[in-house]
Design a protein around this ligand. Structure first.
Ligand SMILES: NC(=O)c1ccc[n+]([C@@H]2O[C@H](COP(=O)([O-])OP(=O)(O)OC[C@H]3O[C@@H](n4cnc5c(N)ncnc54)[C@H](O)[C@@H]3O)[C@@H](O)[C@H]2O)c1
Length: 252
């Protein structure tokens, strides 16, 4: 396992209440970072034991006022922000359908969480990255799903995640000269609370077999990629989409 040293750096992680965001927050804390974690859910037990290096904020990322306030307070309290991981996202099976038939209020809610919230977190965090004079890095969680069509669509999810990749690239170009990097991670299939529909061994086996590498991804697989892209080991990488999918894109 690669060891990183994020000592003395401050990272903001959304979606840290479970799944990939929890693994990323934990990885950053274990590597010495100060972390501000944001989620609707309460703090997971795994994040206990890091003393005042963790600030856990409970709130709704669809609330623009909350997002701006939480990040501004975090930046002021910690004297800057070095990293931003936009991990929170929603995939609402059953409600998020074809745009030809879905309730557009659901479309708006999904966009508020999956695309507007990451825009607002970046908007609030970048001034702190600029102020420090040492640059910064962001990762934004999209999905490989946005590369393809789906006969059983979740159009709001798909379009908002495509928008997130576009936003990441645009931020990367705007901020490159200031040493602030922005990259997107496109997970394939990973076992997290978001994929509660894979609820028995048979389904899990079939999903695993579909990935060329023969297994389903884990939150740790995603944390490995996120920590790499945030770290100085990726200091010459910006504006990319990294698929972390066990080779699934080769099937698409
Ligand atoms: N699990 C997968 O197979 C998969 C595949 C592709 C992409 N992704 C993406 O990866 C990211 C992480 O997914 P995950 O599987 O860990 O999901 P998850 O559901 O386990 O975790 C997402 C977290 O975001 C939080 N969240 C959702 N809406 C929020 C809101 N309005 N305000 C505050 N917090 C909110 C949830 O409470 C949850 O803790 C998501 O953006 C997801 O779209 C996941």
């Amino acid at each position: 396992m690669i060891k990183y040293d994020f000592s003395g750096r401050h990272a903001v992680v959304t979606g840290a209440g479970g799944g990939m965001g929890e693994a990323i927050a934990l990885g950053l804390l274990e590597a010495g970072a100060v972390v501000t974690a944001i989620d609707l859910k309460p703090q997971p037990d795994s994040l206990a034991g890091f003393g005042d290096r963790l600030t856990y904020c409970t709130g709704d990322l669809a609330d623009a006022g909350f997002v701006t306030d939480a990040i501004t307070r975090a930046g002021e309290a910690r004297g800057g922000i070095d990293y931003l991981a936009n991990v929170a996202g929603v995939l609402w099976f059953g409600r998020d359908k074809s745009v030809l038939e879905m309730d557009m209020a659901v479309w708006d809610q999904v966009f508020a969480i999956n695309l507007t919230a990451p825009a607002l977190t970046a908007r609030a965090a970048v001034p702190f990255m600029r102020k420090s004079g040492r640059g910064g890095a962001m990762v934004h969680f999209s999905t490989i799903q946005w590369y393809r069509g789906d006969p059983q669509p979740q159009d709001a999810y798909q379009a908002s995640k495509a928008g997130l990749c576009a936003l990441s690239k645009s931020l990367a170009m705007q901020l490159a000269a200031e040493g602030i990097r922005s990259n997107a991670i496109c997970p394939g299939m990973a076992v997290t609370p978001l994929q509660a529909r894979w609820d028995n061994e048979e389904v899990l086996k079939a999903v695993a077999a579909y990935a060329p590498l023969g297994r389903i991804g884990t939150p740790q697989d995603m944390a490995n990629a996120a920590l790499f892209l945030l770290s100085d080991a990726a200091s010459y990488i910006t504006g990319i989409e990294l698929a972390v999918d066990g080779g699934l894109l080769m099937r698409m």
